[in-house]
Design a binder for this molecule. Structure first.
Ligand code: 1GP
Length: 245
């Protein structure tokens, strides 16, 4: 079964899914091994790999280490076209539909398409939507785009609807890594109510309570990175909070 079919299957049954985000620049291989082992034992659904930059050139090694230490699907969540590894299982082919930067909407995709075509990666298209979250985040700066204001549910709804109508397979509401404020619950509810494809939400989730609230609002896949880098013990707690939801 393809990864996307598995995501659709779980989402259609109302099963909440947790993705642990690993940024190869922020963790050493020992820490990655440990996080992989904890994730596998805690019922995590996916490992996402990516970051705004790749300073250490450790992507391949990071994916290999993850694959050796867990059976979980490893999904590339690339900050740019350099972040490719054939060792992963799938890639989120992100189009930054909240912005008006043509490079992020389609330009980079044209460059990477022939490479992805011959790769063994499952390519899953994803409408990526940045939401204002209290301060400028790395992804806003690097993408040179403005986020959707957190109070503008109508803009978020229409953007997500357009993404689905264009044939994108997932919508990702992103507050940004380490965001002060996560995506507002009201915006998640509104967006979820206006699309039929699975909804990913991430950025600034630090507690099991926030995780449960986010899932209750309609998130299908919750992504957490920073909180797990600081305290890998939280993986178990947040996984329990969303899977027993
Ligand atoms: C960032 O949504 C992810 O792209 C996760 O954010 O690091 O704040 O958990 P955090």
């Amino acid at each position: 079964m393809s990864l996307y079919s598995a995501i659709l299957n779980k989402s259609s049954k109302g099963k909440k899914q947790l993705a642990v985000l690993v940024d190869p620049d922020k963790l050493g291989m020992r820490e990655i091994e440990k996080l992989a082992a904890i994730s596998a034992g805690a019922g995590v659904d996916y490992i996402f790999v990516g970051g705004s930059l790749l300073i250490n050139n450790q992507l391949d090694l990071c994916v290999k280490t993850l694959k050796e230490n867990t059976h979980l699907p490893v999904v590339l969540f690339p900050g740019n076209t350099m972040q490719m590894s054939w060792k992963a299982d799938a890639i989120l082919f992100l189009s930054l539909i909240s912005g008006r930067n043509a490079e992020m909407l389609i330009g980079r995709h044209v460059i990477s398409a022939p490479y992805l075509k011959i790769s063994p990666l499952e390519v899953i298209s994803c409408g990526y939507m940045l939401v204002e979250s209290g301060k400028q985040t790395a992804v806003q700066y690097m993408s040179n785009t403005s986020p959707i204001p957190s109070s503008k549910n109508d803009i978020a709804i229409c953007t997500a609807m357009a993404g689905e109508m264009l044939g994108l397979k997932l919508i990702y509401l992103e507050a940004g890594s380490g965001a002060i404020n996560p995506v507002p619950v009201g915006m998640i509810e509104n967006v979820k109510g206006s699309i039929t494809i699975p909804l990913i939400v991430g950025g600034g989730i630090r507690t099991p309570e926030q995780a449960a609230e986010t899932c209750k609002a309609g998130t299908d896949i919750l992504v957490v990175g920073t909180a797990f880098e600081k305290d890998p013990g939280l993986v178990k707690e947040i996984s329990a909070a969303i899977h027993n939801f």
